[in-house]
Design a binder for this molecule. Structure first.
Ligand code: CP
Length: 304
């Protein structure tokens, strides 16, 4: 059992499958209260809808109490160092959920804290999103192994965690990106190492049509993530031709499911209305953040 969830790689294959299974049980109505009498700190340097609300409600449903701390309240590494923040919060809280700009801040929190630290998004990874993504694929297909996931867009934090999660559960992972925005070679190598010698390999494309051909799941994300706003004009130019629309989805497998972690930048990675398409599971995916994160807190905080 990991002591923190900073990276999806902190979870071995069995833990990934366990969390997907427990997320399904929460979705089906499991109503245990393993956090009764406990408090969880939600420490956010960046805005959030899904992550903030789903953790807050999730902690409440598990019987606990969530304390939200926004970027102007704590001043991580400005008002006081991350290690001091961790040492103070651990005196009151059974876990620290943190959304940070720089992944090293999460490491500093985790190195110092005696309680679990959960990555609620960093520049490097978004593991809670990837767990909700797996839960959604399991919900839609009834299996994970052998499902083909095609990610169209930036080789960003969401893509990194999703690729590693797919390797852990035996789902094939493809990615189409403009060359300057591809997944880093070291990350692809690490994902391939996780697949092992018998598994598939990450397939990389610069043509979205090739990447989605016959895929069961097509996944996209914004071209400009939080904190990259100064690059948005350059990115819009680089990602021209990478929009996921109905014509692109027609190249995928019959019954293809469209995933998007949201928020969407309509008119960029998807046209307006695309997430309301019958082929979209984006709102199930958002709901599954709640179920997956409850499973994470149960695993990390409560000895099962
Ligand atoms: N997908 C996701 O993390 O959404 P928020 O930024 O709204 O939390």
């Amino acid at each position: 059992m990991p002591s923190d969830l900073l990276s999806i790689a902190d979870l071995d294959d069995a833990s990934l499958l366990h969390l997907v299974e427990v997320a399904g049980r929460y979705r089906a109505g499991l109503a245990d209260r393993p956090l009764a009498g406990l408090s969880v700190a939600l420490l956010f340097e960046k805005p959030s809808l899904r992550t903030k609300v789903s953790f807050d409600i999730g902690v409440h449903q598990l019987g606990g109490h969530a304390v939200y701390l926004g970027k102007d309240e704590v001043g991580l590494n400005t008002r006081e160092p991350a290690r001091d923040v961790a040492h103070v919060l651990e005196r009151w809280c059974c876990a620290i959920v943190a959304r940070v700009f720089d992944h090293s801040t999460l490491r500093d929190l985790a190195d110092a804290a005696s309680v679990p630290v959960v990555n609620a998004l960093s520049d490097l990874e978004h593991p809670c999103q990837a767990l909700a993504d797996l839960a959604t694929v399991q919900q839609r297909f009834g299996r994970l192994e052998g499902v083909t996931v095609a990610f169209v867009g930036d080789g960003n934090n969401v893509a990194r965690s999703l690729a590693m999660a797919c390797a852990g559960v035996g789902a094939a992972f493809r990615i189409a990106s403009p060359p300057a925005f591809a997944l880093e070679r070291a990350w692809v190598d690490a994902v391939n190492a996780r697949y092992g010698v018998k598994g598939p390999r990450v397939e990389e494309f610069d043509d979205p049509a090739q990447a989605v051909a016959g895929a069961d799941v097509v996944y996209t994300d914004v071209w400009t993530s939080m904190g990259q706003e100064a690059e948005s004009a350059e990115r819009r130019k680089a990602f021209a031709g990478f929009q996921v629309d109905d014509r692109l989805l027609d190249r995928a497998a019959p019954g293809v499911v469209l995933l998007h972690d949201m928020p969407a930048h309509y008119g960029e990675e998807v046209p307006l209305g695309m997430l309301d398409s019958p082929r979209s599971a984006a709102f199930d995916q958002a709901e599954n953040r709640l179920h997956a994160q409850k499973a994470v807190l149960r695993l990390l905080v409560v000895v099962e």
